[in-house]
Design a protein around this ligand. Structure first.
Ligand code: CMP
Length: 139
């Protein structure tokens, strides 16, 4: 996988609220192609491992409880300048600060239930994609 990929998850609340289709449409309209995709539910332990970088943060327990509370969509998506462009498309971490028209502005309900995750660097995109997908599952 090159530097032109990023990793995303549609979080449990956005799934529960019926936004999978609308979010994927925004991703595709944004010029991304889907390289890998799964619908699954994380265990608490898997969510803790995925978000281990935040383990000292006060929101770590709530975030990992939330992320294991229901099914998610995990995907690897591709586009030139994927990490940066996807972060623009999804908007600020806190939906209250997100620009109009961004995925978080449209579909997030709180900073924790902020509709989607997006990798913050090319290096983390590779690590996060590898957490969910084997080479055989990425096209
Ligand atoms: P995400 O892109 O999945 O990466 C880490 C997540 O931690 C982030 O989205 C938010 O959902 C969550 N997060 C970040 N800061 C806070 C905060 N101050 N309070 C609660 N959750 C937070």
């Amino acid at each position: 996988m090159s530097g032109n990929i990023t990793f995303t998850m549609i979080k449990p609340k956005a799934v529960e609220n019926g936004h999978i289709g609308n979010i994927l449409a925004k991703v595709i309209e944004g010029g991304f192609t889907i390289k890998a995709m799964k619908y699954l539910r994380l265990t608490k332990e898997q969510a803790m491992e995925f978000y281990a970088v935040h383990k000292e943060r006060p929101f770590y327990n709530d975030l990992t409880e939330f992320m294991s509370s229901g099914p998610i969509v995990a995907a690897v998506i591709e586009k030139e300048n994927a990490v940066e462009d996807y972060r623009k498309l999804i908007g600020a971490t806190n939906p209250a600060d997100a620009v109009e028209g961004t995925i978080r502005k449209l579909y997030a309900t709180s900073i924790e239930a902020n509709a989607v995750h997006g990798s913050d660097s090319d290096e983390n995109a590779q690590i996060e994609a590898g957490f969910f997908f084997s080479k055989l599952e990425v096209f």
